[in-house]
Design a protein around this ligand. Structure first.
Ligand SMILES: Cc1cc2nc3c(=O)[nH]c(=O)nc-3n(C[C@H](O)[C@H](O)[C@H](O)COP(=O)(O)O)c2cc1C
Length: 178
């Protein structure tokens, strides 16, 4: 079974702080990276006006190639980024018109990495990820909150990230292998 994972980066800049964290996790996991900033993904539309943008082909690739999906988002106004939220809203397209794509999310693992300027993540930030995973029949493996000071990832944060990778991401992959 192919157990490859992907990190979906949802920052409004491709090479910002979230990308620093994503690059660290990528080196430790060898997961692929998808940068949503480089894609054309419009907001949810009841009349599917965006059906020909990059969302559906991207989602098809994700469900066919990966078993573990890690969402990496900056904290913008106490929430996930707008780019990430658009991606989540568009999952509704896979429950209505493209059901076979949506159904393939069942049983996959979802994790989340937040990147703010504050070392504290406000209560409630994680809820949309937990509940979306529940709704879609995915396994939620947890989250790690990060922040970048003076352009660097501190040694203690590197430790937190390593624990997240070893105890959450790798644990779910080794359980799936057994
Ligand atoms: C529009 C906007 C809103 C922000 N809101 C928050 C916030 O609510 N809490 C926080 O800790 N940081 C906030 N920040 C700071 C960013 O989360 C922080 O700088 C992050 O590292 C940026 O990652 P990026 O370089 O990938 O965009 C905000 C930044 C922007 C641009």
């Amino acid at each position: 079974m192919n157990l490859k994972g992907v990190i979906i980066q949802g920052s409004s800049r491709s090479n910002g702080n979230t990308n620093k964290i994503v690059s660290f996790v990528q080196k430790e996991t060898s997961f692929d990276i998808i940068d949503l900033k480089s894609k054309q993904i419009g907001g949810f539309d009841y009349d599917s006006k965006n059906k020909d943008d990059d969302f559906l082909p991207l989602m098809e690739e994700i469900v066919n190639k990966y078993d573990t999906i890690i969402f990496a988002t900056p904290v913008y106004w106490y929430s996930m980024s707008g780019i990430m939220k658009n991606f989540f809203d568009r999952i509704a397209d896979c429950l209505k018109n493209e059901k076979e794509i949506g159904e393939k999310l069942q049983g996959k693992a979802m994790g989340m990495i937040s990147c703010g300027s504050d070392s504290e993540l406000k209560k409630g930030f994680e809820m949309p990820f937990v509940e979306t995973a529940n709704y879609l029949g995915m396994y939620y493996l947890g989250n790690v909150h990060t922040w970048v000071e003076n352009e660097i990832i501190s040694e203690s944060l590197k430790k937190d990230l390593t624990i997240f990778i070893e105890e959450k991401i790798n644990a779910v992959n080794s359980n799936a292998k057994n």
